[in-house]
Design a protein around this ligand. Structure first.
Ligand SMILES: Nc1ncnc2c1ncn2[C@@H]1O[C@H](COP(=O)(O)OP(=O)(O)OP(=O)(O)O)[C@@H](O)[C@H]1O
Ligand SMILES: [Mg+2]
Ligand SMILES: [Mg+2]
Length: 606
């Protein structure tokens, strides 16, 4: 039998590359941020879940806290936690199915991109004869589909197998015209990887157990076909759209290393971020590009459950599986509900059956779909129409050395080289499909060039603050999205350069930004930052120490209670209230907050 070998030997590799869309090709680059910046111009359009700004993040954190309290989701030692969790330990393993970013289907040359009808798509218009299982057709492995799968495997540190194989998983259903799905059951192409998370990924402190990082083992990654899409149109009618049939997927299988619902959601979120960063998968969970099956068991702490084991992890409780979850929230909520159900059954002296269960959004309970006795026998067998897949190490090495920057590397560099906080670095990476980070980096680059500063770290924090919080605040206030931001990186650079040179005050800088933000978008005729400063007479007119002191004294006389709070109660934070008053009451463009603060502090001490 001939095997489909992929090597970097010029003929094979060139042939593989010609099938790859430009967004998939990356070149080696010297440092991670530079690498990322360059890759931006090549990245294919992504549909990204909008990630909220600081206020929204706070609200989200509050909501999560309230949810956790309600669901008994926190550790039992915390107020509001379910006390039963002191006795019972949860274990979760996840199977994540991700649609690969490829031009063609896995075994036919039909296009892999599925267009929805509201986007110009027509059902059953992207179907090769093999996808419709017409008699006599055979699968033809499309080599280019392997490349995003390999990038994912490398990103998760898996061992890529020199030889893997294709197997048939049989079942009869209208979403599977062949009567079987081609997958890699016996010999997956990648094994033994790992996902690393930390608290900033949303892992609760209890799961971190005092360590900085949590490692979740990845047992294997396999390639397989997606199924057709079925839509229920009436009580007993289903429409079948074969456009999705045969689209390449990877299934990423984690070890049962997860012990809380929040960590499970964090795992899926991080898997999505990593897959997107290496362009393996461009469509997020919100648009169906990723789906998760969660396997849930509980055992009494300190015991070995029913003694079930999986891939070297032993002493587990009996698992149930909840299939096809399509949001991070559904992952978290379904696990909470299933964990609570299992604990209730076990506490009442019952036994957990090996079941497949379902979950619908907004539900409070999982529902039984089928039990072990009803479990399908898939009659796995090697696919006789497909030769084994042989992957050359030279290709793996090439892809590893040209792998785009991973989110953790990028985040570290933003912290180290740009002096950003962990939170700001993460937010910049996550926001607006990377466009916000792009804007930040361009602004830093031009500000450093104009000011002749050699290290980005000197101004990174300040620029980060303006890009994330000042511009972000304006977007929120005016209910606009980043696509409609209206201030260019060059304009922000002009404002920040003037501010850094103390030619304008912070208040004026904010005013200029807001002014530009509300004008018609560039390149429509609009004044430059310099013109706005001139016409508005906004240039800083430095005040003498005497004028500062007079202004400060007047405000202090008008607010004796606040003075008392600072002087007698030691409420130092109130000094900033006085600074705010001085900036507000002083003439436009005259009061510098740092000087005002120094004067207030000195008068308070007198
Ligand atoms: N006792 C357990 N408790 C929690 N999770 C478990 C337990 N045993 C196994 N798992 C998890 O269940 C998942 C099993 O996935 P795998 O694809 O190997 O098998 P499967 O669910 O039988 O197959 P499929 O659903 O693809 O037909 C893994 O993520 C594993 O970590
Ligand atoms: Mg599986
Ligand atoms: Mg499963």
């Amino acid at each position: 039998m001939r095997s489909s070998t992929i090597r970097t030997a010029p003929s094979h590799f060139a042939r593989a590359l010609q099938y790859i869309s430009p967004g998939l090709i990356r070149c080696p680059r010297p440092c991670t941020v530079a690498k990322w910046l360059q890759s931006r111009s090549l990245t294919t359009a992504t549909a990204q879940e909008a990630i909220p700004l600081r206020k929204h993040l706070k609200d989200e954190a509050k909501r999560k806290k309230a949810d956790a309290k309600r669901d008994g989701n926190t550790a039992s030692t915390k107020p509001g936690g379910d006390p039963r969790l002191e006795k019972w330990e949860l274990t979760v393993g996840i199977e994540i199915h991700a649609e690969l970013n490829t031009a063609s289907k896995l075994f036919s040359s039909a296009p892999a991109e599925v267009l929805e009808s509201d986007n110009g798509g027509t059902a059953n218009s992207r179907v090769a004869m093999f996808d419709a299982a017409l008699p006599g057709t055979q699968p033809q492995f499309q080599v280019a589909t392997l490349l995003p799968a390999l990038r994912a495997a490398i990103a998760f540190g898996c061992e890529v197998q020199r030889q893997s194989g294709w197997d048939r998983k049989h079942y009869f259903h209208w979403d599977q015209p062949n009567g079987y799905q081609i997958t890699q059951f016996f010999q997956p192409f990648a094994k033994d990887g790992c996902l690393v998370l930390d608290a900033s990924d949303g892992v609760p402190a209890l799961d971190m157990q005092g360590a900085d990082r949590l490692r979740i083992g990845i047992k294997q990654i396999q390639m397989e076909q997606d199924t057709a899409k079925t839509t229920n149109v009436g009580s007993s009618t289903y429409h079948v759209d074969l456009d999705r049939a045969g689209v390449p997927l990877i299934e990423i299988i984690t070890l049962p290393h997860i012990h809380s619902p929040q960590t499970a959601a964090a795992v899926v979120r991080k898997v999505q971020a990593v897959l997107k960063s290496v362009d393996s998968c461009v469509i997020g969970m919100e648009l169906g590009g990723l789906r998760a099956d969660v396997n849930v068991s509980v055992r009494e702490r300190g015991t070995s459950g029913v003694g079930s084991s999986y891939s070297g992890v032993s002493g587990l409780g009996q698992r149930t599986e909840i299939k096809n979850l399509s949001s991070f929230k559904a992952v978290e909520d379904a696990i909470i509900a299933e964990r609570n159900r299992q604990i209730t059954v076990l506490e009442a002296g019952g036994v957990i059956g090996g079941e497949t269960r379902g979950w619908t959004l907004g539900a409070t309970e999982t529902t039984r779909l089928r039990g072990k006795e009803g479990e399908v026998d898939y009659r796995y067998m090697p696919d006789a129409d497909l030769p084994p897949l042989v992957i050359g190490q030279d290709l793996v090495k090439h892809l590893a050395s040209t792998l785009p920057t991973l989110p953790d590397e990028l985040q570290q560099e933003l912290q180290d080289e740009y002096n950003l906080s962990l939170k700001d670095a993460k937010t910049l990476i996550d926001l607006d499909s990377g466009d916000r980070l792009d804007f930040f980096l361009r602004t830093v680059q031009s500000v450093t060039a104009e000011l002749g500063i050699s290290r980005q770290a000197q101004i990174g924090k300040m620029v980060g603050n303006w890009v994330l919080h000042e511009l972000g605040g304006l977007l929120t206030t005016h209910q606009r999205s980043w696509d409609d931001v209206r201030v260019t990186a060059d304009e922000l650079k002009d404002i920040l350069v003037c501010l850094h040179r103390k030619q304008i005050t912070t208040r004026v800088a904010k005013q200029l930004l807001a002014d530009l933000f509300q004008r018609a978008p560039a390149p429509a005729a609009r004044p430059s930052v310099e013109q706005l400063i001139e016409t508005g007479n906004l240039r800083l007119r430095p005040l003498s120490e005497g004028v500062y002191r007079d202004l400060a004294r007047r405000i202090m006389e008008e607010s004796p209670e606040m003075v008392k709070a600072v002087r007698e109660k030691g409420q130092k934070g109130k000094v900033m209230w006085f600074v705010g008053q001085m900036v507000r009451q002083g003439e436009e463009g005259t009061v510098e907050p740092e000087k005002a603060k120094a004067v207030i502090e000195s008068l308070m001490g007198e």
